[in-house]
Design a protein around this ligand. Structure first.
Ligand code: SF4
Length: 301
């Protein structure tokens, strides 16, 4: 007999019964009806949603996602237009480099994969702008595969239930991946369902600031709850926005987005009052490829 196997097997069954099954059952009744979750949504629609949701909440993504898919229903449609159109359509979703990367991904899908989002995990990882999380999410949500999908919401839920920690650290550790892997149901469709369910639990119930434990399907096994919900998270720096270079970049980009023509330096000057910061932000936009400078004017790429 292989020593330890029966214990691990028992633990796996118990974790499945205590955590995975209740969370998936809760999801069956509580899942939001999001357009990228519907059966008719294409893998391209799922990919676009994952790019948009990387740093933006669902409520702000719904309308831009709908317009994006209406205008560019397949990757080749987006790839046929200049990257500047993607930046323009990105609007106020924030972190506009994602628009550039999404455009680059559409070009790569068109050129390398005959216009179809590839189901292969490694081929997804090879696309511009697709990292570990995004590749796993697309493979799981668009193609029903079995992958560890570890976003902040899932990390927070697992950290609370299993470790009793209030909030996860800044980046996932190997230990977190190994634990999430051990929790993953064997059957791919079930694994994909668990990925979506655990993410939804973190988004709707086990929120960062005010978890609604009375609605939680795993309240009875939650280590953090059992230990009195201690505030044991490392202090975090708040994300200030007002007055930052990020805000300044957004103001400059808005001028360019709202103009069909290239704009003059004088028009850029009106976007932000502080000249040193304005110039720094403008140069960083040019360096990122989000703005193209000609001798007298500026335009989207
Ligand atoms: Fe989160 Fe509360 Fe559920 Fe624990 S009991 S997982 S803290 S919502």
């Amino acid at each position: 007999m292989v020593r330890g196997w029966p214990v691990r097997h028992t633990r796996r069954v118990s974790v499945s019964v205590e955590i995975v099954e209740p969370v998936v059952a809760w999801f069956d009744g509580a899942a939001r009806d999001l357009p990228w979750r519907r059966p008719e949504c294409s893998p391209w629609g799922v990919l676009v949603s994952e790019f948009m949701l990387q740093q933006t909440p669902v409520s702000r993504v719904l309308e831009p996602w709908r317009r994006w898919l209406e205008r560019w229903p397949v990757p080749a449609a987006l790839a046929a237009e200049p990257a500047g159109e993607a930046i323009r359509a990105w609007g106020r979703l924030g972190y506009p480099r994602r628009a550039m990367r999404l455009h680059a991904a559409a070009v790569a899908i068109t050129e390398r994969h005959d216009g179809q989002v590839p189901p292969d995990h490694q081929q997804l990882l090879d696309l511009p702008g697709v990292g570990t999380y995004t590749a796993a999410a697309i493979a799981s949500f668009a193609f029903g595969q079995r992958h560890v999908v570890l976003d902040t919401n899932v990390r927070r839920v697992l950290g609370r239930v299993l470790d009793g920690s209030a909030l996860p650290g800044p980046a996932p550790t190997r230990g977190e991946y190994a634990r999430a892997q051990a929790l993953l149901p064997e059957e791919p469709e079930r694994a994909a369902r668990w990925a979506a369910a655990s993410m939804e639990l973190g988004a709707l119930v086990c929120t960062a600031r005010k978890p609604d434990c009375s609605q939680c399907p795993v309240i009875d096994v939650c280590a953090w709850r059992k230990s009195g919900s201690p505030d044991n998270a490392a202090p975090r720096r708040g994300q200030r926005y007002d007055g930052t270079d990020r805000q300044c970049r957004g103001a400059i980009l808005r001028v360019l987005r709202e103009s069909e023509e290239p704009v003059s330096a004088a028009q850029i000057d009106l976007a932000w009052p502080e000249p040193v910061q304005r110039e720094r932000a403008l140069q960083s936009l040019i360096a990122d490829g989000l703005v193209v400078a000609t001798s007298l004017e500026y335009r989207l790429p």
